[in-house]
Write a protein that binds this ligand. Structure first.
Ligand code: GDP
Length: 197
């Protein structure tokens, strides 16, 4: 079962700052403003736990949260800022590469995709990195309440086509709305399934 309480552990800016790899973890990646903080808060039922990635000072940190005693939820920095300086982007990419290829206890990455926008170039780049790091990833569509069913289906088809090119992609796409609560229980069940492995 999803434990009731999640707590913030720490923000990490370098591999040396990662908590001990004493339990499994899943991570969440996505373009800034995709709804990542809202989804983590909905998943954990802890309002204000994850803060929007545009919160000054926390943009470049990998944030760790507990989920019971046996699992970490890992909030990766949002990517694809229009105005991010190159040096910042490069530093972030370096840390992300090190994290994805070096974290033994990482069981799955959830790549969040806005239901209105589909897979963008920066998302493709993350997916390639996940392929080369051999980290299984699963797409989670966010803000499903913002699009009508017909349009949503078009975007899902685009996402499915994009996933077919990535060997590390898990085929099932999860549709969510943090606003309405849709898909949140499904995502919890998926994470719980990894926990029992
Ligand atoms: P982050 O930058 O990826 O952490 O994104 P946030 O979680 O801060 O969300 C960005 C914006 O999208 C905020 O204004 C949220 O209120 C809004 N948002 C997030 N999830 C949903 C959702 O499921 N439905 C709707 N309608 N809006 C959402």
């Amino acid at each position: 079962l999803f434990a009731r309480e999640s707590e913030f552990v720490k923000g990490v800016v370098a591999m040396s700052g990662l908590p001990d790899a004493d339990r499994i973890e899943v991570c969440f990646a996505g373009r800034s403003n995709v709804g990542k903080s809202s989804l983590i808060n909905a998943l954990t039922g802890t309002k204000g736990l994850a803060r929007a990635s545009n919160t000054p000072g926390r943009t470049q940190e990998i944030n760790y949260f507990t989920q019971g005693p046996d699992l970490y939820l890992v909030d990766l920095p949002g990517y694809g800022y229009a105005n991010a300086p190159l040096a910042v982007v490069e530093k972030w990419q370096r840390l992300l590469k090190q994290y994805l290829s070096g974290r033994q206890t990482l069981r799955r990455a959830f790549v969040l995709i806005d239901s209105r926008h589909g897979v963008k170039k920066v998302d493709e780049e993350i997916m390639k990195l996940l392929d080369s790091s051999a980290v299984t990833f699963q797409c989670v569509m966010t803000k499903a309440d913002k699009v009508k069913a017909a349009e949503r289906q078009k975007v899902i088809d685009q996402v499915r086509a994009a996933l077919s090119k990535h060997p590390a992609a898990y085929p099932e796409i999860v549709l969510t709305s943090s606003e309405k609560g849709d898909g949140v229980a499904t995502l919890r069940a998926i994470i719980n399934g990894l926990r029992e492995e």
